[in-house]
Design a protein around this ligand. Structure first.
Ligand code: F6R
Length: 359
């Protein structure tokens, strides 16, 4: 039940710190080392390339997983939209390994890819929130997202669980492959920091509601921009905002705006800028100036060590690759309030169903 929450979406957003703590308990041992089925690790360690397939929000979680997996395992990792790969199968390496991400485990588009992969004897692992689902049963291997039932149509806690589980998998595989980076990556510390960071963001929700009311609700359109790990985050943030608030929102690699889309910026167009990438943060500040100069109303969200005095929201310290775990919650809450304060049915946006069982 929703308990004291007005909508499932807010309940599920609020559950994210406990989802991360539960994943620690479920997958890590006393020393904080990942405990993963030996058969899965052995199969993964034989791969020369990883392929992640998913749809929607799960696809966006896959893009973060790609960065995590490549960083901690040095294995080239590709991410594909299941709906595209199913009928236009990508070129494969010699020893591919497929990872499917699906909250429901019932997404028909992903199932097409899975069926084709099984025919080709490619080993397949499904990460899903529904252990008995079709994609879990049909794959060679499966792991549970452990996020608890997700009722709201807009996916929130399943995304954070997917990113966290990808980090767990990346560390385990990296260690299996003898990578020092993987041994040095403290999952326990980072998952705990992420859980605390999410709590901080949630306790600041009144401020996020005010930002949504001031900048988003009056607008027909909006942009999220980011670079590095903030680019896939911008895609997810934009999907969340548009699907529940009906404000047309695009997520953009910040430097790409000037290659065309900047012509859409008008006086007052809301642009939410994510600044979590130390490598490109100065360039990002320049990209923000470009849209400010065209009249955009910019909301800046920055990691503590990159923050400037006028930033709208400062996020606590966290490993670079896991920053989406906290930043995404900002975008979930902005989307939630933009929808709720417009009087919309937050949990059931029009034209959508919770699981998409048609291709
Ligand atoms: C968006 C959303 C969808 C799903 C997509 C895949 O909030 O929920 O984009 O992420 O339909 O669904 P699953 O993960 O069940 O395969």
């Amino acid at each position: 039940s929703k308990g004291t929450y007005e909508f499932y979406m807010l309940k599920e957003i609020s559950e994210q710190p406990s989802v991360l703590r539960h994943l620690d308990q479920f997958y890590l041992d006393d020393k904080g080392e990942p405990q993963i089925d030996k058969a899965i690790l052995t199969a993964l360690a034989q791969a020369d390339r990883l392929y992640i397939f998913a749809a929607g929000t799960s696809y966006h979680a896959g893009l973060v997983g790609q960065a995590l997996l490549e960083h901690l395992t040095d294995l080239p990792t590709e991410v594909g939209l299941a709906s595209e790969a199913g009928y236009h199968f990508p070129m494969m390496s010699k020893h591919p390994f497929f990872i499917f991400l699906s909250q429901s485990g019932e997404t028909a588009d992903s199932r097409v890819v899975l069926q084709e992969a099984l025919k080709r004897k490619i080993p397949c692992l499904t990460l899903t929130n529904v252990p008995n689902s079709t994609l879990a049963r049909e794959a060679d291997y499966t792991m549970s997202l452990e996020a608890g039932p997700e009722i709201a149509v807009a996916s929130t806690k399943a995304y954070t669980a997917q990113v966290a589980l990808e980090a767990i998998l990346a560390k385990a595989l990296g260690e299996q492959l003898g990578k020092q980076k993987a041994r040095d990556f403290s999952l326990r510390t980072n998952l705990a920091l992420a859980a605390e960071g999410i709590e901080e963001v949630i306790s600041d929700q009144k401020r996020l509601e005010q930002l949504a009311q001031k900048y988003l609700i009056p607008s027909r359109n909006a942009f999220y921009i980011g670079r590095g790990i903030d680019y896939p985050l911008a895609l997810e943030a934009a999907l969340k905002l548009k699907e529940v608030s009906y404000i047309q929102t695009e997520g953009f690699a910040a430097a790409e705006l000037k290659h065309g889309t900047i012509s859409l910026i008008e006086q007052g167009t809301p642009v939410i800028a994510l600044i979590n990438d130390p490598v490109t943060s100065d360039l990002m500040r320049g990209n923000i100036q470009e849209v400010v100069a065209r009249g955009a109303s910019v909301i800046t969200i920055a990691s503590k060590e990159l923050a400037k005095p006028n930033d709208d929201l400062v996020l606590p310290q966290l490993d670079y690759y896991l920053r989406p775990l906290v930043s995404v919650v900002v975008s979930q809450l902005l989307a939630y309030f933009a929808s709720k304060d417009k009087g919309l049915d937050v949990d059931k946006p029009r034209n959508l169903a919770k699981s998409v069982t048609v291709e």
